[in-house]
Ligand binder design. Sequence first.
Ligand code: NAD
Length: 368
Amino acid sequence: MAETKGKVAVLAGDGIGPEVMEATLKVAEATEGSHGFRLEWKRGLVGGAAIDASGKALPEDTVELCRSSTAVLFGSVGGPKWESLPPNEQPERAALLPLRKIFGLYANLRPAVLYPELTGCSPLRPERVAGGFDVLVVRELTGGLYFGQPKETVKKGSGERAVDTMVYETHEIERVTEVAFRAAAGRKKRVTLVDKANVLESSLLWRKTVKGIAARHPGIALDFIYVDNAAMQLVRDPGRFDVLLCENLFGDILSDEAAAVAGSLGMLPSASLGLGNFGLYEPAGGSAPDIAGKGIANPIAQILSLAMMLEMSFGNRPAAESIRGAVAGAIRDGWRTADIAAPGEKCVGTREMAGEIARRVASRGAKG
Ligand code: NAD
């Protein structure tokens, strides 16, 4: 295996970001120790914390830090303190969106995993999620309806006319499809393209292009589902899916739906990939101001984001598997933060949960 080396930009951000990041760095340290590698971890300011320090949510030195890094481990940004700022200066809009743009992050991966022991966290009836599930939503992030031109509102008669454009080109579809097929190869080997090919021209191009890519991956099964049916099946039987490949708007909606049926936001990581190995890895949830500073946030979303980073940006799948195994083991053995505890169940805090996961990662390494 190639040596795991390089620099990580650590941007903890606001709210629970700094707490879960500190806890996660302990797991990173344990993983480095047990898997025999060492990365360079460099902290930078982002979001509200950066506004307070420098007046900008994404200071130039943070951008430079990211530019000189292989990956960004991101916490979360935003909170009530900055909500009165003009929309364009708000932490999420002024930090995350520019980061996506600057680094051309075109593929967003959101695994929604429900562990068998946590089926009670899902809003779905127990018989629908018995045994848990593991769905990965791969969302195209830089094209489609959110960016297509024309995009405008013009006067028309006594009213107005608004237009958004859903536009895709072959190369945009190809690169995110490759990501989906590569991800499926390490999972249950099935990609489902979510589209609306019965009414949308762009969906026809998606189908044609994805079929072409599928021919290069004979070991991966491909099927198709209309987006309305996908939304329905996710609440009827989420376990039937492996990788859901979606254009931008469909992915935006379905990745939130998948997260909702998986239960707690505190468990769900995400990755946004750019060219080469570059990626930004962050919890699917936000800065959770309601629990920030209390030491009770679930660090698992951030810890699993670390695992995705080690696998996708540094090519170290064994290290990632070791972290995922430690998380699954801790859950299996009854470790719970407040968000995933059943009524009356004993809870631990952020540090204790991460400490237990770090301990398991370290002892796995010792076993070889
Ligand atoms: P949120 O995702 O922060 O929280 C929603 C609920 O989930 C809250 O009850 C919270 O306590 C809980 N939760 C989230 N993460 C958790 C964790 N790790 N452990 C336990 N519980 C957890 O959403 P919100 O309240 O809509 O947004 C709060 C702030 O976060 C806003 O300022 C918003 O703009 C920002 N935000 C940032 C990002 C990002 O940085 N990528 C994403 C979404 C929202």
